[in-house]
Write a protein that binds this ligand. Structure first.
Ligand code: PGA
Length: 255
């Protein structure tokens, strides 16, 4: 990967079936011309991935991934999808440990670690999502929570595999709430995460890993966030469902 280009992910969550995906992709391509100086990855619903890729055929710059996978490669797990199946369908990135997976579906730190390892074992890039809840921030526990989630999330990887991850810092209280962390507050946590990566990989390796921010990112706040030294991009939920808004976000940060 050519890393530390600004990195933008669109996490569609449970929105946009195949028909809405087709319309979105056409509109987005009209608003966002291919750019080599940034990475753009979409995380549609699994059922819409093929439609996304078919509509965006010819736009190799628009990468795709899934929002979650099971850690086993195959088996009797009704409703689940494996990393191998995701790769076969054209995914190159997979989210692991998104706060909705942790707090709505009950994914534990070890479940997340297993998923991260399964994703890396398939040669795909895991995007490890971490972030504290509001009560944990109010109790002064941001460092402890984020450190634990990063260390445990990466604990089943070999050092060589850690070099190929993306970390998304998404404070739970900022997701879907319209409340964004200030660029300063977010950057402080990104610096903490960078420090953990430096311990694992050394300075050179750690500096190549994108650490992206998520939580109510919009066209109106992306420039300020991206200007912070350790914020390398964004994972965007709500605003990634609107082609013009997400295109505007993906075009910011002309470094
Ligand atoms: P949001 O979601 O942009 O709607 O806050 C971000 C995310 O959950 O990744």
């Amino acid at each position: 990967m050519t890393l530390r280009k600004p990195f933008f992910g669109g996490n569609w969550k449970m929105h946009h079936g195949p028909s809405a995906t087709r319309t979105f992709v056409r509109e987005f391509m009209a608003e966002y011309p291919p750019r080599e100086d940034r990475t753009v990855v979409f995380f549609p619903a699994a059922i819409s991935l093929a439609e996304f890729r078919a509509t965006a055929a010819g736009r190799a710059d628009l990468l795709t991934g899934l929002q979650d996978v099971h850690w086993e490669s195959a088996g009797a797990f009704t409703g689940s999808i494996s990393a191998a199946m995701a790769r076969d369908a054209g995914a190159s990135f997979i989210l692991a440990g998104h706060s909705e997976r942790r707090h709505v579906f009950g994914d534990s730190d070890d479940d997340v670690a297993r998923k991260v390892a399964a994703i890396a074992a398939e040669g795909l890039v895991p995007i490890l999502c971490v972030g504290e809840k509001l009560e944990q921030r109010d109790a002064g526990d941001v460092e402890t929570v984020v450190e634990r989630q990063v260390q445990e999330g990466l604990s089943r990887l070999e050092p060589g595999q850690i070099a190929d991850v993306v970390i998304a810092y998404e404070p739970v209280w900022a997701i879907g709430t319209g409340r964004t962390a200030s660029a300063e507050d977010a950057d402080e946590v990104h610096r903490l995460i960078r420090g953990l990566l430096i311990e694992a990989l050394g300075e050179g390796g750690a500096r190549r890993i994108p650490i992206i921010y998520g939580g109510s990112v919009k066209p109106g706040n992306i420039d300020e966030l991206l200007a912070a030294p350790d914020i390398d991009g964004a994972l965007v939920g709500g605003a990634s469902l609107v082609p013009a808004d997400f295109a505007r976000i993906c075009l910011s940060g002309q470094r």
